[in-house]
Design a protein around this ligand. Structure first.
Ligand SMILES: N[C@H](CCC[C@H](N)C(=O)O)C(=O)O
Length: 275
């Protein structure tokens, strides 16, 4: 089976062209291919498929085999994959996801996509739809207790669930110790992605993430969107900000007129292989 290794800000996935390859058990395949010692090594796998409603369809599976509703870094790479492989000639495409149809604007240099702007749709703020066990709406400053200490979290869904903690300094302890405990906390019925964010100024945020189903990744597109929305809800930034991640930078804007969140960032092909 042919595959293409790609990344968005270092959030790397194995991309499989479902127009050509038939994947019968993507959950098991994701676990095997994601292993960084016995497999290809990635944060998960992404299937690119035909769609009845959009130009293409995307299914994304975390390294633990769980399927996620949406993946921001991956959808930019899907745009790059279909354009670079001449599956479309359009620089504006739509992709069907479990979080609905997303529209992409592709930036092309020397006949290759280098960058993409994605309309990520509206943030979901109702606790029952994130989901999080909370009586707040929006869920701002929800206190979640871990190891006898309470943490104030702002929870937002971009189709997939996120909990954002604002800290003065982001530490490995936050990401590697608190992150996994919050991921599976009983307040989150479908588990959760956990972002730790430091506000640099009203236009710039630093963020690290412990992802549901994959652990720490170098970047999280939906997480960057959730973090910007949380920062605006908490009065910490403007509605457009740069989010600096370990693997790179994303520009996120929560448009007031449409209530849609827009994510802009790079997409990179690393290598092609056969499994
Ligand atoms: N781990 C996430 C999916 C990947 C999201 C992230 N890699 C992104 O770029 O949005 C979840 O289970 O919801």
């Amino acid at each position: 089976m042919k595959f293409t290794k790609m990344h968005g800000c270092g959030n790397d996935y194995v991309y499989i062209n479902g127009f050509i390859e038939n994947v019968s058990d993507p959950e098991s395949l994701a676990i095997k291919m994601s292993d960084r010692h016995f497999g290809v090594g990635s944060d998960g796998i992404v299937l690119i498929l035909p769609s009845d409603t959009s130009d293409f369809r995307m299914r994304m599976f975390n390294a633990d085999g769980s399927e996620a509703e949406m993946c921001g870094n991956a959808i930019r790479c899907v745009g790059k994959y279909v354009y670079d492989n001449k599956m479309t000639e359009s620089k504006v495409i739509t992709v069907e996801t479990l979080a609905g149809m997303k529209k992409l604007e592709l930036t092309v240099e020397k006949d290759r996509v280098t960058y993409a702007k994605v309309d990520m749709g509206e943030p979901i703020l109702a606790p029952g739809k994130i989901p999080v066990v909370s009586t707040l709406e929006p869920v701002i400053g929800e206190l979640v207790v871990v190891d006898h200490q309470a943490y104030a979290l702002t929870c937002v869904s971009m189709g997939n669930p996120h909990a954002v903690a604002f800290v003065d300094e982001i530490t490995d302890s936050h990401v590697h110790e608190l992150g996994p405990k919050l991921e599976v906390h009983e307040k989150f019925p479908q588990k959760i992605n956990v972002e730790f964010a430091r506000i640099k100024d009203e236009d710039n945020i630093e963020m690290r993430v412990w992802e549901r189903g994959s652990g720490e990744t170098l970047a999280c597109g939906t997480g960057a969107c959730a973090t910007l929305v949380a920062a605006v809800l908490n009065g910490k930034t403007n509605r457009k900000a740069a989010v600096d991640l370990i693997g790179g930078q994303l520009i996120i804007e929560w448009d007031e007129a449409t209530n849609h969140v827009f994510m802009s960032g790079p997409a990179v092909t690393v290598f092609e292989g056969v499994w």
